[in-house]
Design a protein around this ligand. Structure first.
Ligand code: SF4
Length: 414
């Protein structure tokens, strides 16, 4: 490997990490250095969480320890047979970079992943060493997300969870057959075994802390995983069902979806085109429907077309409502929360406000309009004290009426 300076390594290893979507820092515990002890914080004034429009966290230093790898996963730009420039940080270099960027307020924490060098255990030891040095040698109290390696010794993965806020283990592909075809050196059994161990460790850690306040924290922000979308033949229905199964079995905080990006010199088994980014977005929306809107996975899947794909032109909640029109209209003044959450265009906050307001007075269409971005989208699906959508939900052209119109951005506007 050619001798590179830190800036060159950073350029290569930050770029190589961009394919990993699972870096949001939600759900961690409060930990800060106010009072003069330690460095960093996961919460509080002066530290802002910045998210890109697609929901990805952008305030972590997100890098790979190395983009060299002894594995040859077909979809990965860092695979052994890929002709890319390689670079590698030492554990100490990552520690210094994290602290330097943190002190300049560029970042609020670290997201660290790695290709596999020498062996899974050796690589995992290096990742753990970064987290250990940050926590123990530098009293770093910012956020740490470590990507763990399912094949590594469980004791090393356990150590990672003692230093990191969040750990993640990628399932990589939505189906076992996809994994066998595109990442033959990986094993779904080992990946799921590692996720199960992590789940048990997190539960034991929580129990221990209930009994003894001094018990160490164990991955307090839980575990997450990532699936690549569009590299294999899995449709959205397969992906939604797989995600729901993973949430149930391993108590995951998040399943992240990453639209497959074609890579230079791709293997012949890969599709030539990337899936539309909107597909990734629709999967995130379906994920929210299951986690916050009370939708069962089968209900989300029922919003998909005959090919098992969610529509790209409308969100899955609207697609569901248009298919199951007999569930509407919903009486905003009487319906329970679960039914209100089914109304297209009403988010969880709007529903909360409606439930509060209707205790004191009857809700009108104007009241609802003040709580939503598009009353045109909501109107056909509700009744209020002054509005009833006569025959509206039966109209064949309802979808056209409620689909947001695409607007051409004007270069010279404003
Ligand atoms: S193990 Fe990870 S880094 Fe290595 S080729 Fe597979 S996906 Fe890429």
């Amino acid at each position: 490997m050619a001798q590179l300076d830190t800036r060159e390594k950073l350029a290569i290893l930050a770029d190589a990490a961009k394919y990993d979507a699972s870096c949001a820092s939600s759900g961690t515990v409060k930990r800060d250095s106010r009072g003069g002890k330690g460095v960093g914080s996961t919460e509080g004034m002066g530290i802002c969480h910045a998210y890109a429009p697609d929901g990805r966290c952008i305030s972590l230093l997100k890098i790979l320890l190395t983009n060299s790898c002894i594995f040859d996963c077909h979809y990965c730009i860092n695979r052994k047979s890929s002709n890319v420039r390689r670079a590698r940080f030492t554990a100490q270099e990552v520690v210094h970079l994290t602290l330097a960027f943190y002190k300049r307020n560029y970042i609020e924490g670290l997201f660290l992943s790695s290709g596999i060098i020498r062996s899974s255990n050796y690589t995992m030891e290096q990742l753990v060493e970064v987290a250990r040095a940050l926590r123990e040698d530098h009293d770093f109290r910012g956020y740490i997300h470590l990507k763990t390696i399912p094949d590594a010794d469980p004791e090393l993965v356990r150590q990672a969870a003692l230093y990191a806020d969040r750990v993640s283990i990628n399932v990589e592909l939505p189906t076992v057959s996809g994994l066998e075809r595109l990442a033959p050196e990986k094993s779904a059994t080992r990946i799921e075994g590692a996720m199960k161990d992590m789940k048990l460790g997190i539960e034991d850690g929580k129990d221990a802390r209930k009994k003894y306040r001094s018990a160490p924290k164990f991955a307090p922000a839980g575990q997450s995983t990532q699936m690549i979308v569009g590299a294999d033949a899995a449709n959205d229905g397969d992906i939604v069902m797989r995600a729901s199964q993973l949430y149930d079995r391993f108590a995951l905080r998040r399943v992240y979806y990453s639209a497959f990006s074609p890579i230079p010199s791709p293997s012949a088994v890969l599709p030539l085109k990337r899936p539309p980014l909107m597909r990734e977005h629709r999967l995130y929306q379906s994920d929210w429907l299951m986690r916050f809107y009370g939708f069962k996975p089968r209900e989300v899947v029922s919003a998909a077309g005959d090919d098992g794909m969610l529509p790209l032109d409308i969100d899955p909640k609207l697609a569901w409502a248009l298919k199951f029109r007999d569930s509407f209209p919903v009486d905003v003044n009487k319906a329970p929360r679960e039914q209100l959450l089914r109304v297209p265009g009403l988010g969880t906050k709007a529903v909360k406000r409606l439930l509060q307001s209707r205790r004191w007075r009857a809700i009108t269409l104007d009241d609802v309009a003040r709580l939503t971005v598009s009353i045109a989208k909501v109107r056909p699906f509700i009744t209020t004290s002054d509005w009833r959508p006569t025959l509206l939900t039966d109209r064949a052209d309802l979808k056209t009426l409620v689909t947001p119109r695409e607007t051409q951005l004007d270069l010279f506007a404003g």
